[in-house]
Design a protein around this ligand. Structure first.
Ligand SMILES: NC(=O)c1ccc[n+]([C@@H]2O[C@H](COP(=O)([O-])OP(=O)(O)OC[C@H]3O[C@@H](n4cnc5c(N)ncnc54)[C@H](OP(=O)(O)O)[C@@H]3O)[C@@H](O)[C@H]2O)c1
Length: 331
């Protein structure tokens, strides 16, 4: 199949591109800065020649959006909103104008759309959409506004021949450098992988292989439309989540951090504590109801697998590094 991935140069795009290319599909990425084969320039805002690649494609998976790993200042929040809404709008326009529109448009959304809560998990049918929780900073509501606007933009697109699914994804855990797992593992290795602000807040996650399998599943199932949670069935409190991660890497201790220490750390890393402190208790109601099975349903096994793959990659990198002087001696 021909698969177009707008915004496919980041962590999730790399996960999908690798897997879909290995499965024999033709993958084309839309990016603002093309550097490689099979990358096409777009600006994420306006229609252009790039739209030709959507015409005749089979699947579009739109991932574009300003990274959420930043300080949540007013300009950054606005950029997070605009980049998501505008890119979704223009992808919709490209599909609407296509003579041969794709069969399916998977639109990235986020598990962050659900409320900060501890008492019960959020599935698509009974979950509580966030934005009016008491006792959370006001600005957290803006992330939910972004998620809602993102999904609404896809819903409103006039693309009658294309099935639309919104991926309410939890954190995608892959061994890639700079990805969420890499960052959390680095913190754990520095001894900073302990509970944050008590660690009762839930962490939702999905192993990269299950993410790709869930995308495959959704592509195959012509009867599924609308929002679908992409999260492993067992979210767990942050303190247990980090304990399992430490154990997977063999780190004996993780210093606990208070809320203000987390604020300082997030400030130093130019990130925001919402990413650490919000309780994201999200479960894959629709996927399970429809018969999807997870290979990595529990975090300890998923963390073991990811840690093992990080180790293997390091060995590979060291080996290929060692190969350079050997080769240059030959020449
Ligand atoms: N990673 C996760 O665990 C996770 C979980 C849930 C939801 N999501 C969402 O899934 C999407 C992909 O995640 P990711 O981790 O791969 O993100 P990422 O690494 O930040 O990549 C997103 C891509 O969006 C493009 N982009 C950034 N700013 C843009 C703008 N102003 N206009 C148009 N395109 C822009 C960038 O491509 P170019 O610079 O090449 O143009 C970038 O590669 C994001 O929208 C993210 O919010 C991610």
């Amino acid at each position: 199949m021909k698969i177009v991935i707008p915004g496919g140069t980041g962590q999730v795009g790399n996960v999908l591109n690798r897997a879909l290319t290995a499965a024999g599909h033709e993958v084309v990425v839309l990016t603002r800065r093309p550097t490689r084969d099979r990358e096409i320039r777009w600006d994420g805002e306006t229609l252009g020649r790039w739209a030709e690649v959507i015409d005749g494609s089979d699947i579009v998976i739109n991932l574009a959006g300003r990274s959420v790993s930043c300080r949540y200042t007013a300009p950054n929040l606005q950029a997070m909103m605009d980049s998501r809404v505008h890119s979704t709008q223009v992808v919709g326009e490209a599909i609407a104008r296509a003579a041969r529109p794709p069969r399916i448009w998977l639109q990235m959304s986020t598990a962050t759309v659900y409320a900060h809560r501890f008492d019960a998990p959020n599935d698509e049918a009974t979950g509580v959409i966030g934005g009016s929780e008491p006792d959370v900073p006001d600005y957290w509501a803006y992330s939910i506004e972004i998620a809602k606007a993102w999904e609404r933009t896809q819903e409103e697109a006039d693309t009658p021949h294309t099935r639309k699914v919104a991926l309410r994804s939890a954190m995608v855990m892959s061994p890639d450098r700079g990805g969420v797992f890499d960052i959390l593992l680095r913190m754990a290795r520095l001894g900073l992988g302990g509970p944050v602000a008590g660690g009762a807040q839930y962490v939702s996650w999905i192993h990269d292989r299950d993410f790709v399998r869930a995308v495959d599943f959704l592509v195959d199932r012509d009867d599924l439309t609308g929002p679908v949670n992409l999260a492993a069935p067992e979210p767990l409190p942050q303190r247990a989540f980090m304990r399992a991660l430490r154990s997977a890497w063999g780190v004996p201790v993780g210093l606990p951090a208070t809320k203000w220490m987390a604020e300082l750390g997030a400030f130093a890393l130019r990130s925001d504590t919402e990413l650490l402190l919000k309780s994201r208790r999200v479960v894959p109601g629709r996927l399970l109801d429809e018969g999807f099975t997870f290979e990595y349903g529990r975090w300890p096994q998923a963390a073991e697998d990811l840690a093992q793959r990080v180790r293997l990659r390091r060995v590979d990198r060291r080996r290929s590094g060692a190969g350079v002087p050997a080769l240059s001696r030959l020449s």
